[in-house]
Ligand binder design. Sequence first.
Ligand code: KG4
Ligand code: ZN
Length: 331
Amino acid sequence: MKYLLGIESSCDETAAAILAPSGKILSNIVFSQSSIHNKTGGVVPEIASKNHSEKIHLIINEALIKANVKLNEIAQIFVSNGPGLTNCLMIGVIAAKALGLLVKVPVHPVNHIEGHIASCFIENKVIFPSLCLVASGGHSSIYYLEDEVNFSVIGSTIDDAAGEAFDKGAKLMGLGYPGGIEIDKLAKEGDENFHKFPIAKLDKNSFNFSFSGIKTSLRYFLEKNPNWKNNVHSIAASYQESIVDSLLQQLIKARKKFKPKSILISGGVACNSRLREKAQKSFIDSSNLIIPTPKLCTDNAAMIAMRGIQLKRKDNIDYSFGVYSTSRKIN
Ligand code: KG4
Ligand code: ZN
């Protein structure tokens, strides 16, 4: 059996995974730089790419050892080439191309967001048509999935991503990075009805999101309430509640229109315990709600290899693809 190697380095996780052609994960190694970026309260691109370059070969090697697979048993390599931080993506792409030349196997570029969607397929059976909410540090969108190949965007954020709202909100409250994890932890001890942070009112026919208003209103709230630290748990819970409700409101609206057979939620924000809990309640009548295990929600390389498998790419030995930083519409 020939195996598949996935490589991911789009932001602050250096990751490599080995999958069997069936999609079974044999290894999934992720090195998170969050403790490095914690000091600056956010990802500094140069520091992130420098760290990827120091770690990438070690992570790939670890993935091979853990899977008990040799380099010459790899049949194809899949690498995330965008969207993401250009300098970071380049480290993964160059490593993939070099290995491809060495082992003489095809190297395929994979869209990082499509990878997040593919993470829902690793442990679950998805029934089509389906809808997928991707909520991460860089993206918040809803996709319509016609089948395992054809994904199209039906709505996206018009400003900040949901994860960015968590990260920026956490920074305002002097919490560490990634902010979503910190807010999630604090919120467990707080009252979500303590304060109502605004949910953006967009065109009622759109499935878009907006999160810049929530962050600004948190900033004003903290400025107006100098003793806010006494209520930090409840502020975190209220802030989290608004982000979660904005995400779910749009997904519920999209479900009414598209009548999907499966509803999927992926991306780092899908680790959020309140989002997981409220999604279960909102879609109780939808027998097929799929939210991957947290390790597959945040950036990883198994999802990149899985997307490669879905696209059934076979013969691309042309290594001339590059990287791209901004999100683009997937057709
Ligand atoms: O998917 P991901 O690992 O990277 C991107 O593609 O951006 O997502 C990272 C984002 C960060 O913004 C982080 O704060 C958020 O996911 N996140 C969470 C939680 N865990 C990670 N947000 C809310 N609650 C969490 N438990
Ligand atoms: Zn991601």
